[in-house]
Ligand binder design. Structure first.
Ligand SMILES: [Ca+2]
Length: 402
């Protein structure tokens, strides 16, 4: 595993240098060794979505005796594996306990120990978390320029997002921004609904005030301060916000984060659901779920955080998930068991009925790669050349998230 990772790192760095492309906010880790630690998912099997028969709402099923029993069985299995890991004397930090899309948990441990954990009876896989970076955001002189130049705001249809919920899984959103100041009509999510599912969410189970750690409340037991639904609910436009990276209820982008990353989530959320005098998004009447998955101190999001947000989208019945992350080539299909695992989780969301939108690249592309003569770019991706299959650099890359 380590050798593969280092090969990717080497290729990535050399290609990046050759392209002359630099993103000041992006850090590449030093060489990875057996002792290097990374976030990973310890996968034990299918989640509750696979047990749900489709009758009634999913949250009602989870709250039923049957659903609760199913969750308890999975948590018991996880506790057994955690005990087995402890027996091996492995140094590990746990965070999320997953029961919705998969049965498993996130763990921070060395590459060497990932192999040891994978060998434990009952562990079906250990997948290091890919780290997805957001692209830097450019600023234009005026909003009207963005309208004219990109066309990305255009929606000539009759569908304005009425009654729909869209989750923006990103660097956080400045939800007090005037772009989100007009309240939607017929919003599907309200404070009562948030309250109903509160204790089913990874947000609740891992809220820092609850002690954090794996299943902050479910498995290991938490602290004295429990998360309240009123901390998740902001208003009718933003009925849900949580920071899955720093485990708190402030999903605003951090001032500590590089500005081009911090502003990314707001930029994306504005395009999708903005509704003000200046900006009209694609679905201005939709409700916005803000799910921050990039830590204040990081430039990318580990899949272990993203998966926690995905699970809560399923629990709350979100209609659309947007994931405008793509470093380095976005969500690829084939290169590793990790990519296959992460794709399978997203496919589960899709099968469950949630539309998942991801960027097909979002960071660099073949047009940026300098030609052999070093005199210009290859320019392979122009619209005049639609048959070029490459939209970005060719590989996702595992980096340590934090
Ligand atoms: Ca925060």
């Amino acid at each position: 595993m380590v050798e593969n990772v280092n090969n990717y790192l080497e290729f990535y760095q050399s290609d990046r240098l050759a392209s002359g492309y630099e993103n000041g906010a992006t850090a590449v880790s030093d060489e990875i060794t057996d002792e290097t630690k990374a976030w990973a998912t310890v996968y034990l099997g299918e989640g509750t979505v696979d047990e749900y028969d489709g009758n009634g709402s999913f949250s009602d099923y989870l709250l039923s005796y049957e659903g609760q029993s199913c969750i308890a069985r999975m948590e018991a299995r996880q506790s057994e594996i955690i005990a087995a890991i402890a027996k091996l004397g492995i140094e590990v930090t746990y965070e999320y306990s997953y029961t919705t899309l998969v049965n498993g948990f996130s763990a921070y441990l060395s590459y060497k120990d990932m192999d040891a954990v994978a060998a434990i009876d009952g562990v079906l896989g250990v997948y290091e978390a890919l780290n997805y970076e957001v692209c830097s955001t450019d600023t234009v002189g005026s909003a009207s320029m963005a309208f004219q130049n990109t066309g990305i705001f255009a929606n000539d249809s009759e569908y304005m997002g009425d009654g729909m919920t869209v989750a923006v899984i990103d660097s956080g959103v400045e939800y007090t921004h005037e772009a989100f100041s007009v309240m939607p009509t017929n919003g599907a999510m309200n404070l009562d609904e948030v309250e109903k599912v509160l204790q089913l969410t990874n947000a609740y189970k891992n809220y820092k005030g609850s002690g954090g750690g794996i299943g902050g409340i479910g498995i290991i037991g938490g602290g004295a301060t429990k998360l309240k639904s009123s901390q998740l609910y902001y208003n009718e436009k933003v009925p849900y916000k949580f920071d899955y990276a720093d485990l708190d209820d402030n999903a605003n982008p951090s001032a500590l984060t590089h500005v081009s990353i911090a502003s990314h989530g707001t930029h994306v959320a504005g395009i999708i659901t903005g509704n003000s005098d200046v900006i009209t998004g694609v679905v201005p009447n939709a409700q916005l779920f803000v799910m921050k998955v990039i830590a204040d101190s990081a430039s990318g999001a580990a899949f272990t955080n993203i998966c926690a947000a995905f699970e809560d989208c399923a629990v709350m019945g979100v209609d659309v998930v947007n994931l405008s992350m793509g470093s380095v080539s976005g969500f690829t299909r084939s290169y590793s068991s990790t990519a296959a695992y992460e794709n399978s989780v997203m496919e589960k969301l899709e099968k469950f009925g949630i539309t998942v939108c991801t960027s097909s690249g979002n960071l660099n592309n073949s047009s940026h790669i300098v030609n052999e003569e070093g005199t210009g770019y290859n320019n392979l991706n122009w619209t005049s050349n639609p048959d070029n299959g490459i939209v970005t650099l060719l590989l996702p890359i595992p980096l340590q998230c934090r």
